[in-house]
Write a protein that binds this ligand. Structure first.
Ligand SMILES: [Zn+2]
Length: 321
């Protein structure tokens, strides 16, 4: 679905007014994107001999919701957004997919939203082509976890046909078993039942999904790092090339303005918030101790930076694009 421009929004609001509707209620904020997309939707940087390309998939300007952070108020969330240099009007949640070229292989890290999660996202494929990366040449896709914004890019809308049939898709066995357990649908909250049903209808029919346990090397110089809590089998990916490293943290510290600054905040999307917090602290401490740059799926585009201690929390210093 193409993103509507601000002009479209103005027309919609005008139309709503003409119909006697309250434009603020009648027009979904998701269609009125405030944050400009980056001028160039891909950024390439080196990690040793490996080449990492950050592909912009879009942004979700999430309306405030008191349930979003269990142990912080909407006011606290707004103040944290301001402190990190963002507008307090919504929570900025960009989606950025990394492609790593290393050891002669092209590796996609998660798959984007497939334009099936937010109307303002689904730009990864266009940006991949703009970056000169042929989707048919992706050898391996590493999946951090099975939330829609990370896996819907694997499946075509409506048909569920595989978008990358030639690639090997590597997933944690814990994550795979959790979502494909026939009893999980009954145990999940309402918002997640449809996701589990789609996974169960599609993934077992594909022959190119490889389940791995523990923290093995899953591509040349890339290891899974156990990072549970956000979901039971959530994984970060550790890339090393020569003496250089990168921690691809995925959703361990998803919105840095909130949970890097306040690692003890318990987000609604962390399935097991206490475990997610312990994982987050351990991973952030590790990248500080080992002086490893970090990137994250929901970090401000292009998504890479460094972590330092900051009072009782941490701070992200973004890489300059
Ligand atoms: Zn996510």
């Amino acid at each position: 679905m193409p993103t509507l421009s601000r002009r479209d929004f103005a027309v919609s609001a005008g139309l709503a007014a003409a119909l006697g509707l309250n434009a603020r209620l009648a027009v979904s904020p998701a269609f009125a994107q405030v944050t400009p997309d980056p001028a160039q939707g891909f950024v390439t940087y080196k990690v040793g001999a490996a080449e990492v390309t950050a592909l912009y998939d879009g942004i979700w300007e999430k309306a405030h919701d008191p349930a979003f952070i269990a142990n912080a108020s909407v006011e606290d969330v707004k103040n944290a957004m301001i402190k990190a240099g963002f507008t307090p009007d919504f929570v900025s949640i960009p989606f950025t997919v990394a492609v790593v070229k290393t050891g002669g292989k092209t590796i996609l890290c998660d798959s984007g939203t497939g334009a099936q999660v937010q109307p303002t996202a689904g730009k990864m494929m266009a940006n991949m082509k703009a970056a000169g990366i042929d989707p048919a040449k992706i050898d391996t896709i590493l999946i951090s976890h099975f939330h829609p914004d990370h896996i819907f890019g694997l499946m075509e809308k409506g048909t569920n046909k595989p978008v990358f049939p030639q690639a090997e898709i590597v997933v944690s066995d814990v994550e795979y078993k959790f979502w494909t357990d026939p009893t999980v649908v009954d145990r999940l909250n309402e918002a997640r039942k449809g996701l589990a049903k789609r996974i169960q209808a599609v993934f077992p029919t594909w022959t190119n999904i490889k389940q791995v346990s523990g923290e093995p090397e899953v591509a040349p110089g890339i290891r899974f790092v156990s990072a549970p809590g956000h979901t039971p089998g959530h994984r970060a990916f550790h890339l090393s090339s020569g003496s250089s490293q990168l921690m691809i943290s995925n959703d361990t510290a998803y919105v840095p303005a909130l949970v890097v600054a306040n690692p003890g905040w318990h987000g609604q999307y962390d399935q097991d918030p206490a475990t997610a917090e312990a994982t987050r602290r351990a991973l952030l401490d590790r990248v500080i101790a080992d002086k490893i740059p970090i990137c994250g799926y929901h970090f401000p585009f292009p998504g890479a930076g460094t972590i330092s201690k900051d009072g009782t929390g941490y701070a992200l210093t973004p890489m300059k694009a």
